[in-house]
Design a binder for this molecule. Structure first.
Ligand code: ATP
Ligand code: MG
Length: 373
């Protein structure tokens, strides 16, 4: 898929902007603090309705304005689709084909994006929360029902934790209501777990192929889903997972009541990356950790293609300067020609002599963008 054009109004430091993208590779060149990341962020928001940098929507709207608007035209095998999102203090309004969408899951997935920023290189080393967010974002794009189940899960989890607190404070004593919430939690949590296990299996397949290539066939990458409940990760069905989650929650009831918290379930899980059988987070060199992060990120391109029949749009924010020469070449080789890419950089030095396709170069300066003639 491609993003053919974008229009941005009152977004961050952009007053108004219209750009079209006939080329596959689009390079945004500019000094620091000019608006390069803001532009990539606007494409990300058009796809995901949320920013990757902040959960405070107010930040996205230009300081002198009350609302921001981003619209774009997506080209897919099935035709072109206009998308639009308006962000204001009243919330977000999304439109597909000029028709307002009430459900997040009917909007997300129209435009698939993969964003790669320097902080993604810490996917391996960073906190478990970072890896859970990674799964949720990527899986949510290829499987909108996952997003729906996740939102339900989080909402029941919140209610249940509140109720556990009320029980601990003796403001409530009805354990039947806790049973109802526990069953609901196991129902949605099981769905979330099931989708994640399937996703990780596929991700592992594609990531390992890339990792082997980057490491010159010296290293194998395995990804393990670390679950807070016992699971058979080879043979699993949705019903079995839901049953297991329910049982684990019931088994830990005493501790839950004592701690007034739910400490089992997908909100506590993690990913483990193993290179040649060793945990790369603990034992890997910095280079191995970077190769792993790069392989996992790039694997999503192939995974999305195999799931949806379309390549996603790739957003590369300042990552070239963070990679060594060989990894830069691998990155460019993976994308060139087939994946529409938006790349930001402060200098073309890292790209010289490495590109095999002719890019469009855009100069970014104080919230204005000009295409190189
Ligand atoms: P770097 O190379 O350092 O990453 P960049 O070009 O990616 O720089 P951006 O993060 O895109 O920079 O833009 C940062 C600028 O945008 C900041 O200097 C800030 O003043 C401005 N900015 C951020 N949010 C808003 C907003 N809501 N309204 C107006 N300007 C904003
Ligand atoms: Mg930036």
């Amino acid at each position: 898929m491609r993003l053919n054009e974008i229009e941005v109004q009152h977004y961050r430091n952009y007053d108004g902007l219209t750009l079209d993208f006939p080329k596959t590779l689009n390079i945004f060149l500019g000094e620091n603090a000019q608006g390069k990341t803001n532009l990539l962020e606007s494409i990300y928001v058009l796809a995901m309705t949320r920013s990757h940098r902040t959960s405070n929507e107010k930040e996205l709207v230009h300081w002198d304005s009350d609302s921001a608007r981003i619209s774009g035209v997506i080209e897919k095998k099935t035709g072109t689709v206009p998308l639009e999102i308006i962000i204001s203090n009243k919330g977000r309004k999304t439109k597909v084909n000029h028709i307002e969408q009430k459900r997040l899951s009917s909007y997300i997935g129209q435009l698939n994006v993969i964003l790669f920023a320097p902080e993604d290189l810490s996917l391996v080393k960073g906190s478990p929360q970072l890896r859970r967010k990674f799964i949720d974002m990527e899986l949510g794009q290829v499987n909108p029902i996952y997003l729906y189940d996740l939102v339900q899960y989080q909402s029941v989890l919140k209610q249940r934790n509140q109720y556990l607190k009320q029980l601990a404070e003796k403001k409530q004593s009805d354990l039947v209501y806790l049973d109802i919430l526990t069953e609901q939690l196991a129902e949605f949590g099981g769905k979330v777990l099931f989708a994640r296990l399937e996703f990780i299996k596929k991700l592992e397949h594609w990531a390992n192929l890339l990792h082997k290539k980057i490491s010159h066939e010296k290293e194998e990458l395995a990804i393990d889903y670390f679950s807070s409940i016992p699971l058979d990760k080879e043979n699993f069905s949705l019903e079995e997972i839901q049953k297991q989650l329910l049982q684990s929650l019931l088994d830990s009831r005493k501790r839950e009541l004592f701690k007034a918290n739910t400490f089992l379930g997908p909100h506590r899980d993690d990913l483990i990356f193993n290179v040649n059988g060793q945990n790369v987070q603990t034992y890997g060199s910095q280079g191995q950790q970077r190769t792993t992060a790069l392989s996992v990120k790039l694997a999503e391109i192939d995974l999305m293609y195999s799931e949806t029949g379309e390549y996603p749009v790739l957003l590369l924010d300042d990552v070239m300067s963070e990679l060594d020469n060989e990894r830069q070449l691998h990155l460019l080789e993976t994308i060139e020609g087939k994946v529409q890419t938006f790349l930001t950089t402060t200098s073309l030095d890292h790209l010289n002599n490495k590109l095999t396709v002719e890019p469009d170069i855009f100069y970014v300066h104080q919230g204005e963008i000009e295409r190189e003639a």
